[in-house]
Design a protein around this ligand. Structure first.
Ligand SMILES: Cc1cc2nc3c(=O)[nH]c(=O)nc-3n(C[C@H](O)[C@H](O)[C@H](O)COP(=O)(O)O)c2cc1C
Ligand code: SF4
Length: 424
């Protein structure tokens, strides 16, 4: 069995159907355990976060548990704003009961009294479904005071985002829940000690939390059979672009990118590049597709798996046009708080637009690389730090196409240089 989390044929929406299919079994078991033992099992599983940074979940949980201040909070980050990422939407659409059960388990482990499920505004079609499920959980004593007679009190509130990509960043998300605009906070202090209302807070991605169920149901040793030594378990990938069967795929960490693309039915045209991790991810050339999908393999090339978005581009995609659209996205989504990100994105977009018009200069390539470096090193938060990952990796692989644009030629015909399309 290679599927731990996601069965596309399974949709468990009603409280009754969930309960009948062993729902809440893990929670009932956990409520009889000591919080430290729950965290130990999660630590032993070597589960790491699926929201982008890949930080060990057990370490985060023990930090929150060890905090003396209270009340404590848990937040499920379902903002899912990374372009090309739609795995959390599928998990919530088909299996939100699992997400809610995992939230209660994680909350019990750290001693949280209140939880927030922060859902991307565009997913508001899920709101009624989730609110009904929360009501059913309350009626059946899986939420509220004295959960299942354990003496533990906990409840969950649904919060909706309103379309800002930055609100997926954990401290901006906290600001948003507190009722302010989503400006990232300085770190440290980390959210584990000073999160919501400056109280200890555990924030995890939807997919991270849902992984707690197989760990608690089958044990850490079982869980570790999946994946690699350092990247345990399975990973959901949202696959889109020039690929036969677009969708969410679950594969064990360590599967090669080529194998994943085969599972999706293969590309629809000749692959030019694949972008991993959404707009903030690197681009891989067609010669790099045998890379293993694991944290350690991506660390070796100074990159990350990010949110697990996989965008396949065929040869009809112009790399300059693609990067220009990426820069426009980050310029639009930058909160404007710090100069490297606010001005850097604007500057990069302007230069790339000039390449699209055949006005680029050779020295601009250096300017793009230097601006990327400054943004990576000096931006205040992850948005600015990763906004140019695609750009810097693409300059390495596709420098020739930059030069061609300087010479007035776009091999794909996408850029109408001088008002004309110049296909080779
Ligand atoms: C600009 C930006 C946007 C982010 N968006 C999301 C998001 O939509 N969902 C998510 O889970 N994490 C997102 N993150 C990562 C969160 O800050 C945080 O690391 C994550 O929620 C922690 O959960 P995890 O430990 O389960 O990975 C984003 C980070 C940045 C910098
Ligand atoms: S890096 Fe960008 S999004 Fe983050 S604080 Fe600076 S301006 Fe705002």
């Amino acid at each position: 069995m290679s599927k731990l989390l996601f069965d596309p044929s399974e949709t468990l929406l009603s409280f009754d159907s969930y309960q009948k299919s062993d729902g809440f079994k893990a929670l009932a078991c956990v409520l009889k355990m000591k919080p430290e033992d729950v965290i130990k099992e999660i630590q032993d599983s070597k589960l790491v976060g699926r929201g982008g940074a890949g930080f060990p979940v057990g370490i985060k949980m023990s930090s929150v548990l060890s905090e003396k201040d209270g009340p404590k909070y848990i937040v499920c980050n379902a903002d899912e704003g990374e372009p090309g990422t739609f795995k959390d939407r599928e998990l919530l659409k088909r299996n939100s009961m699992k997400v809610l059960e995992s939230m209660v388990i994680a909350a019990y482990a750290i001693g949280a009294s209140k939880g927030y499920l922060y859902v991307r505004g565009e997913y508001n079609f899920l709101k009624d479904q989730i609110l009904n499920q929360l009501d059913d959980m309350r009626k059946n004593h899986y939420l509220g005071d004295d959960i299942l007679g354990s003496g533990y009190d906990f409840d969950i509130e649904y919060r909706s985002g309103i379309g800002a990509y930055i609100c997926g960043e954990e401290t901006a998300l906290i600001e948003s829940i507190e009722g302010r605009s989503g400006d990232p906070r300085v770190k440290p202090p980390y959210t584990a000690s000073k999160g919501l209302w400056n109280k200890p807070t555990l924030i995890h991605n939807v997919e991270t939390l849902i992984n707690i169920l197989p760990i608690m149901n089958y044990g850490a040793d079982y869980y570790k059979q999946f994946g690699t030594e350092k990247s345990t378990g399975t990973k959901l990938f949202s696959v889109s672009g020039s690929i036969k069967n677009k969708g969410v795929y679950e594969v064990p960490f360590g599967t090669t990118l080529n194998k994943l693309l085969d599972l999706c039915g293969g590309p629809t045209g000749r692959i030019k590049f694949v972008q991993i991790g959404g707009s903030s991810g690197i681009v891989l050339s067609k010669d790099q597709l045998d890379i293993e999908l694991s944290h350690e393999a991506f660390e070796k090339i100074n990159a990350g798996l990010g949110s697990g978005a996989v965008y396949v581009a065929d040869e009809s995609v112009c790399i300059i046009d693609f990067l220009n659209a990426t820069a426009a996205f980050f310029r639009h989504e930058s909160c404007g708080k710090c100069t490297p990100c606010r001005e850097g994105n604007r500057h990069i977009e302007k230069i790339l637009a000039s390449f699209k018009e055949g006005q680029g200069k050779l020295e601009d390539i250096d300017v793009l690389l230097r601006t990327s470096k400054v943004m990576k090193e000096a931006s205040f938060c992850g948005l600015g730090q990763t906004a140019t990952s695609a750009l810097s990796s693409a300059i390495e692989v596709f420098k020739e196409e930059f030069i061609e644009h300087i010479e007035g030629k776009c091999r794909t015909g996408v850029c109408k240089i001088g008002g004309l399309s110049h296909e080779s």
